[in-house]
Design a protein around this ligand. Structure first.
Ligand code: NAP
Length: 286
C-alpha cells in the first residue's frame, strides 16, 4: 500500500483564506480588525524565520500584525512589562511570545503573564486546563492543526488507538488531550518508554513529536495507519526533514504527512484562526 499524502500546505492555505474571509465579514459588519502581536527576544535564527512567516501570514489574512523585536539582553521584568502593555491594548487580540526565550528569562512566568483570552498559542495554564476538562477555549496550535488534518482524512477517529511519541507541553501532551477528546484510546511515549517499536506498531494513529530525524522506522508502522509527523529537523545538507522515515513509512501507512508541507503550515494557519477566535471571545461574539 502506498499512503495517501495529507497535504498540510494546501489545507493551511484554505484555512488562512477562510480566516481572511471571516475577518473581512467582521470588519464589513463594523467589527474591529483582529490584531496579533508577535514578540521576539534575541536573534535565534530559526525563531526569526518562524516569526517572519507568522507576521506575513497574519497580514495575508487581513489582520493587523504588531512586531515587537527586543534585544537578547532584555530583562525578564522588561519583557513582563511589555506583555502587560499588550494585555491592556484593545487593538491587540492575540499575543505570542516566540519560544525559546534567552536563558535568563523564565518562560513559564512569561507564558502565565499573558491574558488567557489573548493567549493564541494556547499555552497558558487556563487554556491547558480547559483542554483537560474537555471545554477548550484557545487550543495549542500545533496539536489543534494536527486534529484538523486527522479529521480531513474522513476516517472515523472514535475508538482508534493513537500513539503519541513525545510528551512536551507544546506538542505531545496537548496532542494526547486532543486525541482523548476525539475519543481515541491514547498511549503517550517518551524517552523512558519501554519497547517503543512494539507500542507504535499498535497505533491506528501515530503522532511523532520527538525532534530526531528519521527516528520512527517504516517497519514500526501498522499497515494502514495514519501517520502525523510533527518533527522539524535540519539535515547536514540543510534540508528539512521529519521524525518519521517517510520513504519507508509511506509504503505501509494509509495516510501520512510530509515534512515540509505537513504540520508546519497548519500551525501558523491555526494561530490565525485562534487570533480571530480570541477577538470574538474578547468582544463577546464567539
Ligand atoms: P521536546 O520538548 O524536545 O520534546 C521531545 C519529546 O520527545 C520529549 O517528550 C522526549 O521525552 C521525547 N523523546 C526524546 N527521545 C526519545 C526517545 N528516544 N524515545 C521516545 N521519546 C523520546 O520537543 P518539542 O518541542 O515537543 O518538539 C518536537 C519536534 O516537533 C521538534 O522537531 C520540533 O522542531 C517540532 N515542532 C514542530 C512544530 C510544527 O509546527 N510542525 C511545532 C512545535 C515543534 P522526555 O519527555 O522523556 O524527554
Amino acid at each position: 500500500m502506498t499512503a495517501r499524502i495529507i497535504d498540510g500546505k494546501a489545507r493551511a492555505e484554505r484555512l488562512v483564506a477562510d480566516v481572511g474571509a471571516a475577518v473581512a465579514a467582521r470588519v464589513a459588519a463594523g467589527g474591529s480588525r483582529p490584531g496579533l502581536a508577535v514578540v521576539l527576544v534575541g536573534d535565534h535564527p530559526a525563531s526569526q524565520v518562524y516569526v517572519r512567516n507568522k507576521r506575513r501570514t497574519t497580514e495575508a489574512a487581513g489582520m493587523r500584525s504588531f512586531a515587537h523585536d527586543l534585544p537578547a539582553a532584555t530583562s525578564q521584568q522588561e519583557l513582563l512589562a511589555r506583555v502587560d502593555r499588550l494585555n491592556a491594548d484593545p487593538a491587540v487580540n492575540g499575543i505570542l511570545v516566540q519560544l525559546p526565550l534567552p536563558k535568563h528569562i523564565d518562560e513559564e512566568a512569561v507564558t502565565e503573564r499573558i491574558a488567557p483570552l489573548k493567549d493564541v498559542d494556547g499555552f497558558h495554564p487556563y487554556n491547558i486546563g480547559r483542554l483537560v476538562l474537555k471545554r477548550p477555549t484557545l487550543r495549542p496550535c500545533t496539536p489543534y492543526g494536527c486534529m484538523t488534518l486527522l479529521k480531513d482524512t474522513g476516517e472515523d477517529l472514535v475508538g482508534k488507538h493513537a500513539v503519541v511519541i513525545g510528551q512536551s507541553n507544546i506538542v505531545g501532551r496537548p496532542m494526547a488531550l486532543e486525541l482523548l477528546m476525539a475519543r481515541c484510546t491514547v498511549t503517550v511515549c517518551h524517552s523512558a518508554t519501554r519497547d517503543l517499536p512494539g507500542l507504535v506498531r499498535q497505533g491506528d494513529i501515530v503522532v511523532a513529536g520527538v525532534g530526531r530525524a528519521g527516528f520512527v522506522r517504516g517497519d514500526w508502522i501498522k499497515p494502514g495507519a495514519i501517520v502525523i509527523d510533527v518533527g522539524i529537523n535540519r539535515t547536514a545538507e540543510g534540508k528539512l526533514t521529519g521524525d518519521v522515515d517517510f520513504a519507508a513509512a509511506r509504503e505501509i501507512a494509509g495516510w501520512i504527512t510530509p515534512v515540509p508541507g505537513g504540520v508546519g503550515p497548519m500551525t501558523i494557519a491555526t494561530l490565525l484562526a485562534n487570533t480571530l477566535r480570541a477577538a470574538e471571545l474578547q468582544d463577546g461574539t464567539a
